[in-house]
Design a protein around this ligand. Structure first.
Ligand SMILES: NC(=O)c1ccc[n+]([C@@H]2O[C@H](COP(=O)([O-])OP(=O)(O)OC[C@H]3O[C@@H](n4cnc5c(N)ncnc54)[C@H](O)[C@@H]3O)[C@@H](O)[C@H]2O)c1
Length: 452
């Protein structure tokens, strides 16, 4: 067939040299801020998987494959065989929590896992993990009280105490590297202000005990100052401010957040791109949940809920781009509710009612009823984030790790850009970053690249 039009040529848009990545030798210390439902479910899961008692279902870093080269090449290694990730038996866990329960007690209390199948077989390992005293202030998490709390009035002093904890944990457990991950209760809503705009302003606020500095920021500051990567799994403001990205760059460590994308938002970031791909309109999206765990109890406080609501609401605007498609998305109503309902425990039920319209404006509805398990969905995300963040650390990547957006409801992003929420773009971003790190060609899905 005669060729017409322009000829597409293969072009090296991204150079394909392998990046130097330090080997994953030695032990990787993982410190959880908050030893609650998510953290205890992660630790228990890793202990079970290490012993061959369970599979890492839900973990892309453990079970995912990655296509390399042309479709005809038939190269699709497992991700852990492609990139040098730490092995699960290299992980050493520790935590801070204002409640002094060990990981064993926390796992039983949270009621996520079956005690006899999934807790007792690894009880000894879980009992060893006792939380260090936390930096905690009820002003920021009102529905919680605890006694395992660090004394010390000054915020600077508390940050220094956390830095000591990190150093001591590293030495006591003979760790080569560390990662700190925030899995603590959601703090009240804090608007970014002058204290957050630069590292200098933040340190002045620290010294002045400014209330713009909540406990979660002290953990982040302490980790970054120690040259340790920090991940924010909660919706709290924490690292989503210029002062922290500046510090991450200065300290040369990776940073990511915020708010694990587990249930309803995971579904939302699949369905919304579908509507846009087919140019179907949206009149309204009503999302509600019932949740009965401690997270639900904390979120029952209107100021903590506001923090969560903010993280959940941004998604549709960014995916649907109302300014580009005013007829389709210029006027939709988006509501998100979380209702604390103790009988359900960690087994969250989410409902979505989506009012859409199609050809000639005819209305239709989509209903989603997701009966999920909050911490069962969150645990593999935590494992992936820890392993990929450690990889980023060894590859010398610093500052905000946008390629990990896949895991967050409200991904941190460059200040001059917008967050990427579409789940499948996020997945492509992540896999292309792994290809780039390993000196493999990007997969662009341009058909010409599959031909020779
Ligand atoms: N489970 C999910 O699916 C999911 C999804 C997205 C985000 N999150 C977020 O992850 C966080 C943890 O969720 P969870 O279900 O494990 O909650 P949880 O209530 O079971 O655990 C949180 C723990 O943090 C502790 N804590 C509170 N303030 C602290 C502080 N200053 N320092 C140290 N520890 C502190 C609490 O005592 C508690 O043990 C929450 O912010 C939640 O919103 C969870």
């Amino acid at each position: 067939m005669p060729q017409c039009g322009i000829t597409l040529e293969k072009r090296g848009l991204v150079e394909t040299s392998q990046h130097p990545i330090a080997p994953a030798t030695g032990r990787l210390g993982v410190l959880f801020v908050g030893l609650g439902a998510v953290a205890s479910t992660v630790i228990a899961g890793v202990e079970l998987i290490k012993r061959g008692l369970a599979e890492p279902v839900g973990s892309l870093a453990q079970m995912g494959t990655i296509r390399l080269g042309k479709r005809t090449e038939d190269r699709a290694p497992l991700i852990p065989d492609f990139v040098p990730l730490a092995d699960l038996d290299q992980l050493v866990f520790g935590a801070w929590d204002p409640i002094s329960d060990t990981a064993y007690e926390a796992a039983i209390r949270c009621g996520v896992l079956d005690r006899y199948t999934h807790i007792e077989p690894i009880a000894a390992a879980l009992k060893e993990i006792e939380p260090m005293p936390a930096v905690f202030d009820q002003q920021y998490v009102r529905r919680l009280s605890g006694t395992n709390v660090k004394p010390g009035a000054g915020k600077r002093e508390l940050a220094e105490a956390l830095r000591d904890d990190i150093r001591n944990f590293k030495a006591a457990n003979d760790c080569d590297r560390m990662v700190v991950i925030l899995c603590a209760s959601t703090e009240v809503f804090i608007e970014p202000g002058p204290a957050h705009q630069s590292l200098e302003a933040f340190e002045a606020a620290l010294d002045a005990n400014d209330e713009a500095v909540p406990p979660s920021m002290l953990y982040a500051y302490a980790a970054l100052k120690e040259g340790v990567a920090f991940i924010n799994g909660a919706p709290s403001l924490t690292t989503d401010v210029p002062a922290m990205t500046e510090l991450a760059h200065t300290a040369g460590v990776p940073l990511s957040g915020k708010d694990f994308k587990t249930g309803q938002t995971l579904v939302k970031t699949v369905l919304a791109p579908m509507l846009k791909a087919r140019m179907l309109g949206l009149a309204g999206w009503y999302s509600t949940n019932i949740l009965g765990n401690r997270d639900g109890e904390v979120l029952d406080d209107p100021d903590s809920f506001r923090t969560k609501e903010k993280a959940k609401l941004g998604v549709l605007e960014h995916i649907l781009q109302p300014s580009l498609y005013p007829e389709l998305y210029g006027d939709f109503h988006h509501k998100v509710r979380i209702n604390y309902y103790p009988p359900r425990g960690d087994n969250k039920e989410g409902w979505d009612n989506i009012d859409i319209f199609g050809w000639l404006g005819y209305p239709m509805q989509i209903k989603v009823n997701f009966l999920c398990r909050d911490s069962i969905l969150a645990a593999p995300l935590v494992l992936d984030l820890v392993l990929f963040t450690d990889l980023a650390q060894r590859a010398g990547l610093t500052g905000t790790q946008e390629w990990l957006s896949l895991y967050f409801k409200s991904p941190q992003h460059a200040p001059d850009s917008y967050p990427e929420h579409d789940l499948f773009i996020q997945q492509t971003k992540l896999k292309n970053t792994l290809r780039w790190l390993m000196g493999e060609e990007q997969i662009t899905h341009l058909e010409m690249e599959n031909e020779d």
